[in-house]
Design a protein around this ligand. Sequence first.
Ligand code: PGA
Length: 260
Amino acid sequence: MIVVPNPLIAGNWKMNMLRADAEQFLINLHEVLEPRADGNADAWLAPPATLLSLLSERARGMSCLRVGAQNSHWLDSGAHTGELSPLMLKEAGAEFVILGHSERRQFYGESSQGVSRRLRGVIDAGLQAIVCVGETREQYEAKESEVAVREQLLESLSSAGPSDIPSIIIAYEPVWAIGTGLSATPEYAQDMHTKIRAILSGSSLGSNGEKLSILYGGSASPANAQELLRQSEIDGFLLGGASLKADSFAQIINIARGLR
Ligand code: PGA
């Protein structure tokens, strides 16, 4: 079982990076990121599946790095053209899987019910899951953020029980903040994380659910990392854009290390 570090800085490369870009990224990261004395891996990266094997091989030489996938099917195998199973991802070196990212929900019709099925498959394969939730701009403007996030959380986690707690991390990502340069304020993020913890304790995970790590995602950057991470309820980040450059990724990791 993976020990989830606090703070945890996870990066999602989305549909970016070819092999040569990834090789260069790792050379740069190796130069700027100190290894951790305690051997705890606090830098997690989810490359496109085509780069999983490469990154996981390289990660063996970097004790602070873990590699994961951006999505997973729930079944181990079957007639599902274009899909990847948890066992395939694990064999390619993934140790964690991002589930329910808003881009999957928005552009590929993934429902919270589907996320819940995927979650079960991922946990049963022995992988760590990062389950994403977050309100849209319309919901935010209509002051329906808490209602929307509650619904997503309860449904997305419905296949999990108290014994699955060590395998789950939550990422709160307001959709209006993703890739827009418009991050949530530290106070708003802190407030939503507090609400999420309360919702988790009333979920299928039971009262210990509120002990889960909750990452923030949405235009987190070296410029705002410190004030966001200073919030007691923010346990780290799920980064998009800032994880594509070794410099900004390492800068944020170093800021996080300096705070705890
Ligand atoms: P961003 O993306 O950091 O580029 O806003 C966050 C995410 O999609 O997880």
